[in-house]
Design a protein around this ligand. Structure first.
Ligand code: GLA
Length: 381
């Protein structure tokens, strides 16, 4: 049954439209987004699809093919931050954020289905938020630009769901383009689409989902964020983005014996620099040379930012020993996925090596797939 047919079965008439928004993988630039820094994600072919119709009676009905909740019914004028938990908080949070921003959204019937793996650090939440926001933006003719739509979705996640995340995932889902990675300045949301076609150059980017579920709300993400804000305050800057790479040593000196803050600052400043290096290398057509930069990024996340885990480190170490060009954890950390840059001819050997290492360590088998840079959110019908 198609998503539109399922909608009709649930709600009694055909949807006004069907939209899709993708998950993402981040090539480089981790935890920089809440420091006003640089990121470089690209969209995956995996999407969350929504069939949607407007309502005029203030009722919001939500249904997902992926959970067994049945239809959940809410009233748009009663939904308030933290009032619901679970998957419905994401679409309901978007309706709340749109109404808070003054947009007259008077209700909707929504049916969702997703192929974005959940808890894998591939932004299933952002896909869910962005598809809801885009559908309502178009149906209610709100005329919201994509970067602002992403901001509203971030607000839903921060205020309504209560996860203190940055702007990367929502912007990636809303703004990415097929065959490109998105170089995003999270301070002003300035964007550059950078051509990223690994297949044409005989390479592949593997995503290895460790199956270790990550969670943002467990507090570690928030602690890193608070530590970065403390670093910026101690250094007298608006955000760590304002510490230039060649001022890093002086900044670290000024932080004296604040050991933990020093490590966080070092990661953010070097990571912003790594994003700029990757952008230059890709623009120069020197794609293979990004491998070592990815490796440096992983070491920094593991040793300075301290958000890796044994399974992610095992993917990276095993892949590099088996001949990968570069590898790093991706996303928020503490589980989720790693990315591995390989020559296409080595993809199978590297995948096998990682699978064997996981089996030998007694870990759950990882899920490995090739990431193809794909289109951002769009209307399907
Ligand atoms: C999660 C957050 C993003 C970003 C990454 C780390 O995916 O949602 O905003 O902070 O972690 O780079």
């Amino acid at each position: 049954m198609s998503i539109a047919e399922k909608f009709e079965e649930l709600y009694g008439s055909a949807p006004e439209g069907v939209w899709a928004a993708p998950g993402r993988v981040n090539l480089i630039g981790e935890h920089t987004d809440y420091n006003d820094g640089f990121v470089m994600p690209f969209a995956l072919p995996h999407t969350t699809v929504a069939a949607v119709s407007r309502r005029t009676d203030g009722v919001l009905r939500l249904h997902s093919a992926d959970v067994e909740d049945g239809v959940v019914e809410l009233r748009v004028d009663e939904i308030a931050p933290r009032s619901d938990t679970g998957w419905t908080a994401y679409p309901a949070g978007v309706v709340w954020a749109l109404r808070e921003a003054g947009h007259a959204v008077t209700g909707a019937d929504i049916h969702l289905a997703s192929t974005v793996p959940t808890g894998a650090g591939l932004s299933s939440s952002a896909a869910l938020e962005v598809v809801t926001a885009l559908a309502l933006d178009e149906l209610y003719e709100l005329g919201i630009e994509r970067p602002q739509l992403a901001r509203l979705c971030q607000r839903a996640e921060n205020m309504y769901v209560g996860a203190p995340t940055g702007i990367m995932d929502q912007t990636a889902s809303a703004c990415c383009e097929d065959g490109h990675a998105l170089f995003l300045d999270t301070r002003d949301l300035a964007q550059q689409q950078i051509p990223f076609d690994l297949a044409a150059e005989g390479m592949r980017l593997l995503v290895v989902d460790t199956r270790v579920k990550h969670a943002h709300s467990d507090g570690e993400y928030g602690k890193r964020r608070a530590g970065c804000e403390k670093g910026a305050a101690l250094l007298g800057v608006t955000a760590l983005r304002d510490v230039a790479y060649d001022e890093l040593d002086a900044a670290l000196e000024r932080l004296g014996d604040e050991e933990e803050v020093r490590r966080l600052v070092r990661h953010i400043v070097t990571e912003n620099h790594r994003v700029e290096r990757v952008v230059s290398l890709l623009k120069a057509g020197d794609t293979r040379a990004i491998g070592p930069v990815l490796n440096e990024g992983h070491a920094s996340l593991r040793d300075d930012f301290r958000i890796s885990c044994a399974e992610l480190d095992l993917v990276v170490d095993t892949a590099l020993s088996a001949g990968a060009l570069g590898a790093r954890m991706t996303g928020g950390g503490f589980g989720g996925s790693a990315i591995v840059l390989v020559e296409a001819v080595d993809a199978e050997t590297v995948t096998k090596a990682v699978e064997e290492a996981f089996a030998a360590a007694g870990y759950t088998a990882p899920r490995v797939f090739t990431a193809i840079p794909s289109a951002g959110a769009r209307r399907l019908s």
